[in-house]
Write a protein that binds this ligand. Structure first.
Ligand code: ADP
Ligand code: MG
Length: 286
């Protein structure tokens, strides 16, 4: 089967007109395979369209990741579950099914620095982008500073509306930096606006009992937690820092012990102070 040069030219013109650059690129190769009988006509059409679609899908995902400020990409396949035995792999894979987004739930990742909270939050956000959901990633400090700026400039309502648009909002690093005065209130306004309307993933190295301290205001912290724990999935990562896995010997004794073995439920977690994170009963999905 040899294609008439005029027809071939017309097909090329159509692919240019239809803006199908990848199809144009693979056309010759597919035709040669067709002529050699290595492909049936239907397979050739299928492959031609598939190549173009993959290119477009790749571009869409790339643009959506950029829009959502997901720049440092992490994936679930890149996560070593063997390093965090306390973490239930199936629970994370269930989250990757993204029903929590449909149900407008809040996922909390809690644990020590370096245990993989941001990695998992980004990996789930990437899954959401691939599935066509809109996502926006920010740290709590950036979020509060953007809300405070909007308030100063008289655009707070617009800013909150903008932050309510993505189906999934990731707020990373709750508890690392002290929240500026009035910051908790601004965050509350956003949380309240998204409550039961949009999903969130939050990461924190501090337990819920410490949120009064984190936000410098127990009333705001209580109101925040009231919304953020109502339809919530709490994932506690008990294990050690992945960053420090090869340098446990450089750490002070207590941190080194934590970084070598994740504490089992039988072991006392910490002497003297109450536990930072809620007990496993709180780790349920409502
Ligand atoms: P956290 O947010 O809890 O402080 P990160 O998620 O930023 O920690 O993890 C620190 C670094 O270690 C990142 O580069 C992350 O990709 C990597 N990391 C953490 N846990 C794992 C893991 N279990 N498997 C693979 N990489 C991991
Ligand atoms: Mg982090």
């Amino acid at each position: 089967m040899t294609s008439a040069p005029a027809t071939l030219d017309r097909i090329r013109g159509h692919l240019v007109g239809l803006r199908m650059p990848r199809a144009l690129e693979v056309l010759e190769h597919l035709l040669r395979q067709l002529e050699r009988g290595e492909l049936s006509p239907i397979e050739a059409i299928d492959q031609l369209l598939d190549e173009e679609l993959s290119l477009r899908e790749g571009r869409r995902v790339k643009a959506a990741l950029k829009m959502g400020r997901l720049l440092n990409i992490k994936t679930l396949t890149g996560f070593d579950f063997g390093f965090q035995p306390s973490l239930d792999r199936n629970r994370i894979l269930t989250l990757a099914g993204l029903d929590f987004i449909t149900r407008h739930e809040v996922v909390h990742f809690l644990g020590q620095p370096g245990c993989g909270k941001t990695h998992l939050a980004i990996a789930l956000a990437v899954e959401a982008v691939k599935a066509g959901r809109s996502v926006y990633f920010t740290t709590l400090a950036e979020l509060i500073s953007s809300l405070a700026k909007a308030e100063r400039e008289g655009n707070l309502r617009e800013r909150i509306r903008f932050l309510c648009r993505p189906q999934l909002l990731v707020v990373d690093e709750i508890g690392y930096l002290p929240v500026v005065a009035g910051g908790g209130n601004l965050f509350f306004q956003l949380v309240n606006a998204r409550y039961e309307r949009g999903a969130m993933i939050l990461t924190s190295n501090r337990g819920f009992a410490e949120w009064g301290e984190v936000f410098g205001d127990t009333v705001v912290a209580t109101a925040l937690l009231d919304r953020l724990l109502h339809h919530a999935v709490v994932v506690r990562i008990e294990g050690a820092s992945y960053r420090l896995r090869r340098h446990a010997d450089l750490l002070p004794d207590s941190a080194a012990a934590r970084s070598i073995t994740a504490p089992t439920p039988q072991q006392p977690r910490r002497r003297g102070r109450p536990p930072k994170y809620p007990q496993p009963a709180a780790a349920a999905t409502e």
